[in-house]
Design a protein. Structure first.
Lengths: 204, 483
């Protein structure tokens, strides 16, 4: 059935296609919005969407920051994908079923790059057994190398290869909703808080 | 029922109608601030429009490309000609996996196909996981807006609904408290679900993947736990290249809710290990719309909802008055294109102000299409007699100078001197819920002639006053139109 439906749809589309028109070129270099201080812009927008930027010199310093954060300290179940940034309390290799991650309180994951215009962080499931780790923990921290801040989405797409991983995502701030009378509530289904660590010296 | 009849029901609760109007205008203003923050906004709109037009002109090619690339990534692609076919395909996949419980994120396509009742009738539980959609689902209503499904519901009503279904405290109406309750309630559903269904915001032909945008993270939670993910999309959701996403993701959330981007923009390019990922490509009338030169541009819509938020008629009449899956300006094209008999009143639920066209991120010429649709409805003999007669009358008056002058005089005199009951009665729809303007003492032609004479005499030394009473402010005229 599938094949006949496919052919019928394609045939119907071909009956009267609109006149063909050109596909615009979208060079990564512009004319797109750029910022004098992209890190500052990233920080402003991130705070605007309910997240927090923490600039650190090293991964280790980020780990020290976490030790001062109540949400991390009080978390019973933690997991970190970044060596030297927080101690994991669970062994991901021993967890075949993502449902077992329901009780994760805090996860620290890697981000590939950050976009100044909208505070989005590019993440993928590379080397990550369960992609639900981006969504199910109560709190989330993403660590990205400081030099990987780009100005806008065009630069971002030029810098990543979207189809390399089965899953990738732009995450901008913690999860949120305004579905009840347009009042913004942070912490809808996903993370209730988001920290982005911008790490100065980091071999990613 | 027709749009005017349903709109009247909505506006009869004046406080609610005004609150609804304000809520949407608030979103519109957020959109404006965001749009003004991007210097190349207009260029982005132009690119978005051009990309869509190009894609539509080669849609079969891009669909085939998408199918091939998706299959190479282990995504199983299905084709559905009708809503019914779509529902059947989804049901069969679910059945094969022995699914009982489904979690679904927002998808206008599955609303359009009425997937929920189809699955429920066959013994499956379907939970809508977007908070707004969950609220309307529990209230057994349809969404009244494509981005803000519960925009018509007050927080006290959400409180009542949650008290009944989720056991929250009676009388509670704090959005934080209610959202927290929904979070806990839905977490349980996420963890128990056997399958996740999502919509698709954009599919990419060159990579064979697709993108789903949410703020709550419900789509991702819904498909990252169970072993089965089904994504349902209209065939018009395609984009040629991954780099096109930059344009559309920059436009979508800014236009929709005035955010710089949605919290999560998830890119799916294959199933999780040991899991299955299906994509259902649905036509359901789209190929016919593509054949219509007048209305094919409506397929460029990315469902941002901006045209609804700005529409003076939508804001004041509410989404349910349209009786369509997609309400507002774009819905008033999409619905009558398919079923003109059923939705003949919708293209008239429009003042032709053009605000929708101004905000549309993909530059659909919405108000032009709405006007064309009126002609379409007339050609199909679907206009009500009252509308046809009044149009004939107006055309007769406007094409005869003497008649136009006489009628103008009559209107001015009667508005001024006729007793209230003669003006504000059921026969005059324009006198309902509003005061008619104070008639000017002179016509435009008279003022123009006077002004000209004034200028002439000014040139020769004397000035003549210009009659301007008509533009006097109408303060305090609430009690009488004939003042
Ligand atoms: S028609 Fe334009 S403004 Fe309206 S929902 Fe579609 S994309 Fe948005």
């Amino acid at each position: 059935m599938s094949n006949s439906a496919r052919n019928a749809i394609l045939a119907k589309l071909r009956v009267a296609l609109p006149e063909s028109s050109a596909l615009p070129q979208l060079p990564a270099e512009g004319p797109w919005q750029k910022f004098e201080d992209p890190v500052r812009r990233f920080q402003e927008v991130l705070e605007g969407v309910g997240g927090k930027l923490v600039r650190v010199a090293t991964v280790r310093e980020a780990g020290e920051y976490l030790e001062s954060d109540d949400r991390w300290v009080k978390a019973t179940v933690r997991w970190s994908a970044v060596e030297g940034l927080g101690q994991s309390t669970i062994d991901m290799n021993a967890i075949p079923d993502p449902h077992e991650l329901e009780n994760v309180d805090f996860a620290v994951l890697r981000g590939g790059l950050g976009v100044a215009e909208n505070a989005a962080v590019w993440v993928t499931d590379e080397g990550l057994r369960h992609r639900v780790l981006f969504f199910i923990p109560q709190h989330l921290a993403l660590a990205i190398p400081a030099r990987r801040i780009v100005h806008n989405m065009h630069e971002a797409y030029a810098a990543v290869q979207v189809s390399r991983q089965a899953f990738s995502c732009f995450i901008s701030g913690p999860s949120k909703t305004a579905d009840i009378e347009q009042s913004l509530v942070i912490g809808a289904h996903g993370a209730r808080s988001l920290i982005v660590f911008l790490v100065e010296e980091w071999e990613h | 029922m027709s749009h005017p009849a349903l709109a009247q029901q909505f506006t009869s609760d004046r406080t609610r109608a005004e609150w609804h109007d304000r809520s949407l205008w608030f979103v519109r203003e957020k959109r404006d601030r965001m749009a003004h923050g991007v210097p190349e906004w207009e260029l982005l709109r132009e690119h978005a429009s051009a990309i869509k037009l190009h894609t539509m002109s080669q849609l079969p090619h891009y669909l085939e490309q998408f199918e091939k690339n998706a299959a190479a990534r282990g995504i199983i692609v299905h084709w559905a000609e009708t809503a019914d076919d779509h529902n059947r395909i989804v049901y069969e996949i679910l059945q094969r996996h022995g699914v009982r419980r489904v979690v679904k994120s927002k998808s206008m396509l599955t609303e359009e196909c009425h997937l929920n009742p189809f699955l429920e009738k066959r013994g499956m539980e379907v939970v809508d996981t977007d908070l707004g959609e969950r609220i309307v689902q529990l209230r057994q209503e349809a969404p009244s807006h494509i981005v803000l499904p519960a925009i018509h519901i007050r927080k006290e009503e959400v409180g009542e609904c949650f008290h009944e279904h989720l056991g929250t405290e009676k009388g509670a109406s704090d959005p934080n408290y209610l959202t927290e309750a929904a979070r806990n309630h839905l977490r349980e559903r996420f963890c128990k679900a056997d399958a996740g269904i999502t919509g698709v915001n954009f599919a990419i032909a060159e990579t064979g993947g697709f993108v789903v945008c949410t703020n709550e993270g419900n789509a991702d939670l819904g498909v990252s736990l169970p072993k089965l993910h089904i994504a349902c999309m209209g065939i018009e959701k395609l984009l040629p290249r991954a780099s096109d996403l930059a344009v559309f993701l920059r436009l979508l959330a800014r236009s929709a809710t005035g955010q710089p981007i949605t919290t999560y923009s998830s890119h799916f390019h294959g199933p999780r290990e040991g899991c299955e990922l299906h994509v259902v490509l649905v036509d359901n009338g789209r190929s016919s719309i593509l054949q219509s030169p007048d209305f094919r541009r409506s397929l460029n819509c990315i469902r941002c909802g901006a045209c609804m938020n700005t529409c003076p008629v939508y804001r004041r009449s509410g989404g349910h008055s349209y009786e369509t899956t997609v309400p507002g300006p774009i819905g008033s094209i999409l619905a009558p294109v398919r079923e003109p008999e059923k939705h003949s009143s919708l293209p008239f639920a429009c003042t032709l102000c053009g605000s929708c066209t101004d905000v549309c991120p993909v530059k659909i010429d919405l108000h032009h299409q709405l006007l064309a649709m009126r002609g379409h409805i007339d050609a199909k003999h679907l206009l009500p007699v009252s509308k046809k007669l009044s149009m004939k009358l107006v055309s007769a008056v406007l094409s005869r100078t003497w008649l136009y002058n006489t009628m103008g005089w009559l209107a001015r005199v009667s508005l001024k001197w006729a007793p209230r009951f003669a003006v504000y009665n059921p026969l005059n729809g324009w006198g309902r819920q509003r005061e008619l303007p104070i008639p000017p003492s002179a016509t435009f032609r008279q003022m123009f002639a006077q002004r000209r004479a004034g200028r002439k005499s000014a040139e020769s030394g004397a000035a003549a006053p210009v009659a301007r009473e008509g533009s006097k402010s109408r303060e305090g005229s609430q009690t009488g139109g004939q003042a």
